[in-house]
Design a protein around this ligand. Structure first.
Ligand SMILES: Cc1cc2nc3c(=O)[nH]c(=O)nc-3n(C[C@H](O)[C@H](O)[C@H](O)COP(=O)(O)O)c2cc1C
Length: 241
């Protein structure tokens, strides 16, 4: 963003919109491990004021931790054109997450969520601490996926795996139970729904639904969540029937 907003920069074309994603967003963060020092609202305000002062008519979209209709209204009143939300929709039938993983999201408390550095992309990543992907020393699966390989065929997970393999390189049996803590084989674990990336407020999902007789949480419809964002007032959240 800095690049195209640099003062006096000659732009061929203005961007259609700008999304400002804050530190409470899901998955990979555009912040360092000091993400907790930052807050979405003042960042959005600064960008909004800058666009206004430069008379740049570019819709601004705020994202990250906008959990209720009231949160959304506050940003819209502060001038953004739209909000982008995700966490609330992870607990819906239309979301591609397997039902057992959705229950893990519902069950999570705040202390069950962490931002760590195991993504081979190099960006900090937020996830549930009980993700099967954490510490799993699976053999790199780049033949099948390999989305993260760089031009020279490297991925930070391969390096971490080889380091952990070290003395077991020729002892396949022992290597089977290898633990790699430093990085994760992101492609494989994402593909298998074993890397439970999530938003900061995932621990509040349980407050958006009802507990069923068998102890599980009721999965919502996307329409229900959408309507709640549109029509709820203040910090209220509409529970399902
Ligand atoms: C489970 C999950 C994983 C996500 N992973 C990524 C990601 O890897 N990279 C990214 O830029 N945004 C990711 N997002 C962020 C969304 O694009 C979105 O902007 C953000 O989560 C909105 O905040 P909210 O989830 O608090 O509503 C993810 C969101 C969720 C819910």
């Amino acid at each position: 963003m800095q690049l195209f907003l640099r003062k006096n920069a000659k732009l061929k074309r203005l961007p259609d919109y700008i999304i400002v994603e804050g530190p409470l967003a899901g998955g990979h963060l555009g912040f360092g491990m000091d993400w907790a020092k930052f807050d979405l609202q003042p960042i959005v305000e600064e960008v909004y004021q800058y666009l206004k002062s430069e008379q740049l008519d570019i819709p601004l979209i705020a994202a990250g931790g906008i959990f209720t209709g009231g949160d959304a209204v506050a940003f819209l009143e502060a001038g953004v054109a739209a909000v982008q939300v995700a966490t609330r929709f992870t607990a819906t039938r239309e979301c591609g997450l397997p039902p057992d993983v959705q229950q893990e999201y519902f069950k999570a408390s705040e202390r069950d969520i962490e931002v760590n550095t195991i993504s081979p992309t190099g960006y900090p990543m937020r996830m549930l601490k009980n993700s099967p992907a954490i510490g799993d020393g699976i053999r790199p699966n780049c033949e099948a996926y390999g989305y993260l390989l760089d031009g020279a065929g490297h991925c930070a997970y391969i390096t971490a795996y080889n380091l952990a393999l070290g003395p077991h390189a020729n002892a396949k049996k022992k290597a089977k139970h290898l633990s790699v803590m430093d990085k994760t084989c992101l492609c494989t674990h994402m593909r298998n729904f074993n890397c439970w990336t999530c938003g900061h407020y995932t621990y509040r999902l349980k407050d958006t639904t009802r507990r069923l007789d068998d102890g599980s949480y009721q999965v919502l419809s996307a329409e229900h969540v959408f309507r709640d964002y549109q029509f709820s007032t203040g910090q209220n959240i509409l529970l399902p029937d």
